[in-house]
Design a protein around this ligand. Structure first.
Ligand code: DGY
Length: 323
């Protein structure tokens, strides 16, 4: 029997690519370049499974291509806001994702950004590299304390909770969070966390605000100028979720006017393009969407996609079906 044909849109860790090659008739994107909408359409027409990742856009216009062969999109990533879910449903396309395995690494990056923003880490690095550093002095690059301050989490899923654990148990931070639905009592107890009744309350109270909500229409520009204006002038905004949760222009205006102390961003509206306004600011730390970028995590993400494909092609229940 012919092996199912599987199309992988970007390079994966080689150990997982080897497993894919052993089990499937695989086409890899060996030069790892971003593919076009037409190439995605072609893949949907000629492969049984297509495995995109979080930077590949699958709008209705792509998913509705005629004469589709593809039955499953095995997404390499937990977020799937780059795929038009309604169009996928209408086309009876199955979508799977990779939850669970990137929790700790993404929370680590959120903590990294929190520390970088609080302690002006990126700015200090730039100073040393510029060879303009004149040596230690008592007032040089004074910054904000982290230990004992208040961390406000918007969204309280796996990654937010992992960050809260690191912040509370590691840095003695007080945890407050906003989540529309109730949170588990044992988690609240472990973190001595307080649930805010509104985002407004959280923004007015937190020293560090970290975003952990999914991207897409419902959270688009959730953090707009009005919300930013509620933050304390000494507060920092951390975004390791999705770029479009924050109105970039409003954030630039806020940082420029020093209405908040700083921001740390791992994700951007329209990434990989980053607004020039951000690039020109000292009080923002910028990372290139590194949340899940450890060897172990990226390998586990690939393995998860593989488990979903294996289940699909052997007619078993899919471990991580989102549609
Ligand atoms: C995801 O999986 O959604 C992450 O953004 C990738 O790091």
């Amino acid at each position: 029997m012919n092996k199912p044909k599987v199309f992988i849109t970007r390079r994966w860790p080689s150990s997982v690519e080897d497993k894919l090659k052993a089990r499937y008739d695989v086409t890899l994107n060996s030069d790892d370049r971003p593919l076009t909408a037409d190439e995605f359409k072609h893949a949907l027409q000629h492969y049984d499974a297509v495995c995109p990742t979080v930077c590949d856009s699958f709008p209705a216009e792509v998913l509705n291509v005629e004469n589709k062969r593809c039955k499953i999109l095995g997404n390499f990533g937990v977020g799937y806001n780059h795929i038009d879910i309604e169009a996928a449903k209408a086309q009876n396309l199955i979508i799977t994702n990779t939850p669970g395995v990137l929790t700790e690494s993404t929370a680590d990056i959120a903590m990294t950004l929190l520390l970088m923003s609080a302690r002006r880490g990126a700015e200090g690095d730039r100073l040393v590299r510029s060879k303009k550093w004149q040596g230690w002095c008592p007032t040089q690059m004074m910054s904000s304390d982290v230990t004992g301050t208040t961390l406000g989490l918007i969204g309280f899923g796996r990654i937010a909770q992992a960050m809260a654990r690191k912040a509370h148990h590691g840095f003695g931070m007080k945890i407050i969070f906003f989540k529309p639905s109730p949170a588990e009592q044992n988690i609240i107890d472990d973190l001595q966390a307080t649930r805010c009744d509104s985002i407004k309350e959280l923004l007015q109270t937190a020293d560090f605000v970290s975003l952990h909500c999914p991207g897409g229409e419902p959270t688009h520009h959730l953090i707009n100028q009005k919300m930013l204006d509620l933050m304390k002038p000494s507060a920092h905004l951390i975004n390791s979720a999705r770029g479009d949760v924050v109105d970039t222009q409003a954030l630039i205006n806020t940082l420029k006017a020093k209405k908040i102390a700083g921001a740390g961003l791992d994700v951007f509206e329209g990434e990989p393009n980053v607004d020039e306004g951000l690039l020109n600011l000292e009080n923002v730390s910028l990372l290139p969407h590194l949340g899940s970028a450890t060897i172990a995590t990226r390998t586990s993400m690939g393995e998860k996609v593989l488990h979903n494909l294996d289940a699909f092609f052997s007619g078993k229940a899919l471990p991580n079906q989102v549609v």
